[in-house]
Design a protein around this ligand. Structure first.
Ligand code: ARG
Length: 460
């Protein structure tokens, strides 16, 4: 047991209490951020005349040495310390003696941990955003290749109207683009520096909080209320909410990949590198990655719920409950990063069976709306047109054929408005390419959208 406090205690901490209280097993993850924050703090203390330059140099060198040694594996972060802050401080004192004892001047572990967690998550937001960027590139590449790949668009998982694969993928581009914007927004709002808030009420030392905020890259400057500075966890809740939304999008996409990869659909074939087999059924190639992404979504939602529940009853300012923020957030970040990486790899290597998609679009009466529109264009009221085409569909179902295979004679038996040009009007190509309003799948509209997306990615 190695802890930073003990002066006022007359008994040793109970072993169980000690391990229940300790956080080193998980907060050691942000040792680099802890050291970086301490270096900024000490530089500021010297600048303000609170420490001498000699003391500062000793401490900074000592801290840099600890960082190097942890990074190279020469120094192991031992679980005998209560938390990462204690480990760094105790190791510093062990290594440089007296000056090390001044590191914690004008600081509390409350503002220290608030800073470390912010520095850590801020870096992670960047990494997550890079992964979202990679996914958007992968989606855009599929779009560019599939402007003319016809497929059925679905509502209620029933074939509805013909679209293209580019259009379908574009919906996901929109979702992940909003995710990117959410991450950026969170980054901007969280970017204020809690260091200098002290335990809760600031300190009596003349700290220069603007200086440390600037040094640590907090564009928003220091936090403006020290109680909030040590106890704000909103940014983690926002982050977990953004991660949950990313996972929800990945999960929807995964669900489609699973359906499309099924024997019945065969719209896609997942690459061997991203599928797994069955131990008993030799014929199987399972979409495990997509299923796992779908499955892990619940885990990230769980983190968001846990964090909200943890925070709801906490009076100002710091309370130990807040130590519970870490494992959830770390797990949610790791999970989302893992899922983004695997999912992106899976769709990059996935084969789209264009022939199967097109055949499916031809065989599901997806052009029925267009047949009705044909009648409307010839003066028939939409409601009547709807009824006429309904009868035609019924005839086709009886005969086991598609609308474009029904002879003109049969069309005219139901309505003499139909002429030879009905076939042209309900061809897949026409159905798709007449839809050219902004956001629609028609080639012209899609090319414009793709140009906007290309520009978006250039400016990412
Ligand atoms: N391990 C603690 C946490 O994660 C660090 C802050 C401890 N502060 C305290 N007053 N005990 O929240």
């Amino acid at each position: 047991m190695a802890q930073l406090w003990g002066g006022r205690f007359t008994k040793e901490t109970d072993r169980l209490v000690y391990s229940f209280n300790a956080s080193i097993s998980f907060d050691k993850r942000f040792y680099a951020q802890d050291i970086k924050g301490s270096i900024a703090h000490v530089m500021m203390l010297a600048r303000q005349g609170i420490l001498t330059d000699y003391e500062k140099d000793q401490i900074v060198q000592g801290l840099e040495g600890i960082l190097d040694d942890v990074e190279s594996g020469r120094l192991e972060i031992s679980d005998k310390y209560e938390d990462i802050h204690s480990f760094v401080e105790a190791t510093l004192i062990e290594r440089i003696g007296e000056p090390g004892k001044k590191l914690h001047t004008g600081r509390s572990r409350n503002d220290q941990v608030a800073l470390d967690m912010k520095l850590y998550t801020r870096d992670e937001v960047h990494l997550l955003d890079n992964q979202v960027e990679g996914l958007l590139h992968a989606i855009l590449a599929i779009m560019e290749d599939n402007i003319d790949t016809y497929m059925p668009g679905f509502t209620h998982l029933q074939k509805a109207q013909p679209i293209t694969l580019a259009h379908h993928m574009g919906a996901y581009f929109e979702m992940f683009r909003r995710d990117h914007e959410r991450l950026q927004d969170i980054y901007r709002r969280m970017n204020t520096c809690p260091l200098g808030s002290g335990a809760l009420a600031g300190t009596t030392y003349p700290l220069d909080r603007e200086y440390t905020a600037r040094m640590l890259g907090f564009d928003g400057g220091p936090t403006l209320n020290s109680m909030d500075g040590v106890s704000d966890r909103d940014y983690l809740i926002e982050l977990l909410s953004a991660l949950s939304t990313i996972m929800m999008h990945l999960s929807r996409f995964s669900e489609e990949v699973i359906i499309w990869n099924s024997n019945e659909y065969q719209f896609v074939e997942i690459d061997d590198a991203y599928s797994t087999g069955s131990s008993i059924m030799p014929q199987k190639k399972n979409p495990d990655i997509a299923e796992l992404v779908r499955g892990k979504t619940g885990r990230v939602y769980g983190a968001l719920n846990a964090m909200l529940a943890t925070m709801k009853g906490i009076p100002l300012a710091y309370n130990k409950d807040m130590q519970e923020d870490k494992e959830w957030v770390f797990d949610a970040i790791d999970t989302t990063k893992g899922c983004l990486a695997l999912f992106t790899g899976m769709i990059r290597t996935m084969e789209f069976r264009k022939d199967r998609m097109e055949r499916s679009a031809r065989n599901g009466f997806t052009n029925a709306t267009d047949a009705a529109d044909y009648l409307v264009n010839h003066g028939v009221a939409f409601r009547d047109a709807h009824g006429i085409v309904g009868q035609l569909v019924l005839t086709c179902i009886e005969k086991g054929i598609a609308l474009d295979e029904l002879p003109l004679k049969d069309y005219r038996e139901i309505s003499d408005v139909f002429e030879e040009d009905i076939y042209e009007a309900i061809s897949l190509e026409t159905c798709v390419n007449k839809r050219i309003t902004t956001g629609a799948p028609g080639r012209h509209a899609m090319e414009e959208t793709i140009a906007l997306y290309r520009k978006y990615m250039e400016e990412y």
